[in-house]
Design a protein around this ligand. Structure first.
Ligand code: AGP
Length: 609
């Protein structure tokens, strides 16, 4: 997730305004920044890696001439956060500048095609192909306008984008367009703006035009023109008056980042499912030839590892050992060796316990693989191969969207490994891959259709003193994650363990009205979980169940339930089944008067051991 911005103003310099607007978009990405303006028929560009204030101090982002320009604050997905990879990106002649938020899925083939035509690339980003493709199309269609050429170009781009383009060839226009990545236009008195998000221009104007997928906009001081990229047909759209405060706007109207990020999960999952094949295949190769694989992480990331151990086992018949990072050296420090492979999972890529485990393993010549959300983090630097989950910055302290994205990456690895090892029939592979692609819609349906119900459940149980979270099989990982969320955000003492363990001790806690949350997908464990529900009910427990839609058997047994769309394969079930638990923690925190974004005693990234 990056932030793009563009403006054209009647009088004065565009650069300082771009700089201030990028600052308001910094929550969308902050590993590099850049601006481009047009003045006297020339492009002027400043960009570098680093946070906006750092780059401004070195390069003075305000010192660019011209009344029209674009800017970008980056969250790296393709190419490390280096100056060469910072946006704007330009064509060979330096006549077209592009900023982009999203993922060009077919950038590798486009890059090959363009290199074959003599284009020389500077960066390792997917975005740069857009600049060169516009250049190629402009060269082949000199009579077309910039807008028409950009339309031609976008018809060949697969994936998600919100782009802004300027060129001295039409120095009084900004061309912007979107597909899946957000884009809004601001209508000022003497200026026009385009941005990834409303906060960028809200202090300048509250008149906004929301741009829809597949639309291209031409901004000039005469006004805006919206066209459909597919047909070039004109689109008429009334501006909206935005009545958000700047604070609300940064949360896109949501009261808290945590809720915004829970709701963002479908978009994040779509981006995570656009991972670069090359890195997935490379990591699969390392996993396939490893003698032993440890999945090492902390907190929520550890729960993703726990779920992944079921995925790797059930799909690829690969035994993996999920290990809590702070215990890794004690548990396995002596046995790790050159034949060991460590897959470290860390959203921040900076968690001290995880890095300590990784360093201990490196010293014993183990192979290090990394799964993170932050390209350029320490974990990416110490990994032989790493994958970026592409979730965009997660501001809320509680991991939500990054958890489901981690699971989506791990599921793709398990599927590739299964294919490579020939352990699963083609039909089963096709079925699971098809379901994986549908997960964004499924998660969208859960958030949309079950949020109100979860809110009611939070209200009903707001005074409960403790909860059990129980599941079997892969749902054990979901149970652990639901428990962590409720503890860390709503401060409710909660206990999670495999449902089969109840009778080995914990059930002694159960008395009349004791709330037990069951994660109960209709998988192989369904029948046994029903037995566990009965044993809890027999002791007076109150049953709250997360079930598959229409599971009448559990509905009859549960006091409350939340439904997940049918047909999710067990290996993918933690992704939709965790959503109600994330929402429960959030609404329980509100019921208890706590700020879900700032839980006491916690930090977003635990960089101390
Ligand atoms: C999750 O809600 C917590 N914020 C915490 O457990 C977190 O998952 C853990 O500290 C690991 O962080 P990492 O993924 O950045 O390594």
């Amino acid at each position: 997730m990056c932030g793009i911005f563009g403006c054209i103003i009647k009088e004065g310099a565009a650069a300082p305004l771009i700089h201030q607007s990028l600052k308001r978009l910094e929550y969308r990405g902050y590993d590099s920044v850049g601006e481009a303006t047009i003045h006297e028929g020339k492009l002027h560009i400043k960009k570098d890696s680093g946070k906006i204030d750092e780059v401004h101090k070195i390069r003075n982002l305000d010192d660019l001439p011209g009344n029209i320009g674009i800017g970008h604050t980056r969250w790296a997905t393709h190419g490390a956060p280096l100056m060469v990879n910072a946006h704007p990106h330009v064509d060979c002649e330096g006549q077209i500048a592009v900023v982009h938020n999203g993922i060009v899925e077919n950038f590798a083939e486009l890059k090959l095609e363009l290199e074959g035509k003599g284009h020389v690339f500077q960066s390792r980003t997917d975005t740069e192909v857009i600049a060169h493709l516009i250049e190629e199309n402009l060269k082949n269609n000199p009579s077309l306008s910039l807008a028409e050429v950009v339309i031609e170009t976008l018809r060949r781009i697969e994936g998600s984008y919100a782009i802004a383009v300027i060129s001295p060839k039409e120095p009084d226009k900004i061309i912007c367009a979107r597909n899946e990545s957000p884009l809004v236009v601001g209508l000022g008195e003497n200026a026009l703006y385009c941005a990834s998000d409303i906060p960028a221009f809200l202090p300048l104007t509250n008149k906004a035009v929301i741009i829809e997928d597949g639309e291209l906009v031409t901004l000039s001081l005469e006004g805006i023109e919206i066209r459909k990229i597919a047909t070039s047909s004109l689109v008429m759209r009334e501006p909206k008056i935005i009545d958000w405060t700047p604070e609300m706007a940064v949360k896109h109207g949501y009261p808290h980042f945590m809720l915004k990020e829970i709701h963002e999960q479908p978009v994040c999952l779509r981006n995570t499912l656009r991972l670069q094949e090359h890195y997935l295949d490379l990591m699969t190769t390392f996993l396939d030839r490893a003698r032993e694989v440890f999945l090492v992480a902390c907190g929520t990331s550890y729960h993703a590892c726990l779920a992944a151990s079921y995925m790797f086992s059930k799909l690829a018949f690969l035994v993996t050992y999920p290990v809590i990072a702070s215990e890794f050296v004690e548990q396995h420090g002596k046995s790790v060796n050159i034949d060991s492979t460590i897959l470290a999972v860390s959203q921040s890529g900076e968690t001290a316990d995880t890095l300590a485990a990784v360093n201990a393993a490196r010293q014993r010549a183990a192979t290090i693989l990394g799964l993170t959300n932050v390209i350029g983090s320490t974990l990416t630097r110490v990994s032989r191969v790493y994958i970026s989950q592409q979730s965009g910055p997660e501001i809320g302290v509680a991991a939500t969207k990054t958890f489901t994205s981690q699971l989506a990456v791990l599921a793709q690895l398990a599927l590739r490994l299964a294919k490579k090892r020939g352990k699963v029939s083609q039909d089963e592979m096709d079925f699971i891959e098809a379901k994986l692609k549908k997960l964004p819609e499924i998660v969208e349906a859960v958030v949309k259709n079950q949020e109100e119900k979860v809110k009611d459940i939070a209200k009903k149980y707001r005074d409960a003193k403790v909860f059990f979270f129980l599941g079997r099989g892969i749902s054990t990982a979901t149970a652990y994650e639901g428990r962590l969320k409720l503890m860390e955000i709503a401060y409710v003492p909660s206990i999670a363990f495999p449902a089969g363990e109840s009778k080995h001790g914990p059930i002694s806690l159960v008395e009349q009205g004791f709330p037990v949350i069951f994660i109960c997908p209709k998988d192989e464990t369904h029948k046994t979980v029903i037995g566990n529900i009965m044993e809890m009910k027999a002791r007076g427990a109150t049953i709250i169940a997360v079930i598959e839609e229409g599971d009448e058997e559990v509905k009859r047994l549960a006091d409350d339930y939340v439904e997940i769309p049918k047909g999710v394969p067990d290996v993918l079930s933690p992704i939709p089944f965790v959503i109600p638990l994330q929402l429960l923690a959030y609404y329980m925190a509100l019921e208890r008067g706590y700020d879900p974004d700032k839980p006491r005693n916690l930090a977003k990234s635990v960089t101390v051991k």
